[in-house]
Design a protein around this ligand. Structure first.
Ligand code: BGC
Length: 405
């Protein structure tokens, strides 16, 4: 069959996303750093027969020093946008003590992003917090919200010359779930009650920060929401899928959407929902990523069209896969873009796509195993950067602003 040319809207933003702790290295004043080096974590890894040394973020990709090189590669790949996060733990390493050098550093990072021609998306909280904040109970305590708001005011004011879009939080759904309900991420709490408190406080924090960013900084703000495609199976599946959709995709969104100028969408998952909740992986013979996550590009169309009713611009702030051998990435990206394009035709105001991730990086509790990058990082050879073939293919789409499909 002859290929069709799918044109994306004029001014569409193309790029990739990263997060501070995952790429910078030596984020020593953060709760994650403390957790990675804690006895509890190390013992748990040893019990699983794993070597804790392989699960420290350590120097990460050394992007703290190599950011200009990374942006240069992204520019070479025809990106016109980038998403990164700044580390609160560097900016306020101790309560009330702001580190001017860290702010200067992020100013330089963003200047470099601008120098390379990017529209910038900056996340203020991407899973990590300063250790002192976590020790005070973090977002589980209502009185701590002010600490976050103070940091956000300071950082947004200082950096706004080089920023275009702000994201207060990355995936509050995942952050609250893995850290406070499932006990997988620090602080490894398992409590519905505490998780709900965290969610409530994050909602308030977002709404307060958004007020400031909109009125004082006068730049658009949102959250990078983790939105999944949940499809019912069986008669009772409809009931539970509706409930699951509300809890997983709408609880936080519906309480923060009025304080958002656009919608950030992180899309990774599709689940079939039966009477008793999730029904495992893909059912329709779809391929899987290296992490065993089913690949369901068609779900992206449903996620995007379900947002039309909010009447806001949409940016896909994350979408990607772990694929060490780069055998699935090109198709993955093209398929997802095909369904994003279908959503646009149906009326979803999608204005950008940021692949996760620009470079292979520290995949949280899974260490450096999963390879999400458009650019490979050789951890055996001075963190050498090597552009993957799929990155070149994605780069053609970025350049053309259309997809041949
Ligand atoms: C997170 C990233 C993470 C990616 C892949 C997203 O949920 O925002 O930090 O690396 O998923 O797991």
């Amino acid at each position: 069959m002859e290929k069709q040319r799918l044109q994306f809207p004029k001014g569409f933003l193309w790029g990739a996303a990263t997060a501070g702790h995952q790429i910078e290295g030596n984020n020593v004043n953060s709760d994650w750093w403390a957790w990675e080096h804690g006895q509890m974590r190390e013992n748990a890894l040893r019990k699983e027969g794993k070597n804790p040394a392989q699960f420290y973020s350590g120097i990460a990709c050394d992007s703290f020093n190599r950011f200009d090189e990374d942006f240069g590669l992204a520019q070479y790949l025809n990106h016109n946008a980038t998403r990164l996060s700044i580390e609160w733990a560097r900016i306020e390493p101790r309560e009330g003590e702001y580190n001017e050098k860290a702010l200067d550093h992020y100013e330089k990072v963003l200047q470099s992003a601008k120098f390379h021609g990017f529209t910038t998306f900056v996340t203020l909280h991407h899973f990590t917090s300063p250790l002192w904040f976590a020790r005070k109970g973090g977002f589980a305590e209502q009185q701590n919200i002010d600490h976050f708001v103070r940091y956000v005011k300071l950082a947004t004011k200082r950096l706004s010359q080089y920023t275009d879009f702000w994201l207060t939080f990355n995936e509050p759904e995942i952050y609250s779930n893995l850290g406070f309900l499932r006990g997988r991420f620090p602080p490894q709490i398992k409590s519905v009650r505490i998780m709900l408190r965290v969610i409530r406080n994050i909602i308030s924090a977002h709404n307060l920060c958004s007020e400031y960013i909109r009125h004082e900084i006068r730049q658009p703000v949102s959250i990078a929401y983790h939105l999944s495609d949940l499809q019912p199976t069986g008669f009772f599946g409809h009931l539970s899928a509706g409930l699951a959709h509300y809890i997983a995709n709408r609880y936080i969104l519906s309480r923060t959407i009025n304080a958002c100028d656009f919608i950030g969408v992180n899309y990774y998952f599709h689940h079939h929902i039966g009477l008793f909740g999730k029904r495992g992986k893909s059912q329709s013979g779809h391929e899987e990523t290296d992490l065993g996550w089913g690949i369901h590009p068609e779900g992206l169309e449903r996620v995007l069209t379900s947002l039309i009713k909010y009447k806001k611009p949409i940016y896909i702030t994350e979408n990607g896969l772990a694929d060490a051998h780069d055998t699935k990435r090109e198709k993955f990206i093209k398929d997802h873009l095909y369904f994003a394009h279908r959503a646009i035709k149906k009326g979803a105001d999608v204005r950008g796509y940021l692949y996760w991730s620009l470079i292979d990086n520290f995949e949280w509790d899974m260490g450096y195993g999963p390879r999400f990058g458009l650019i490979a990082i050789n951890r055996e050879s001075l963190l050498e950067r090597k552009i993957r073939y799929s990155a070149l293919k994605y780069g053609e789409i970025c350049k053309n602003n259309y997809l041949e499909y």
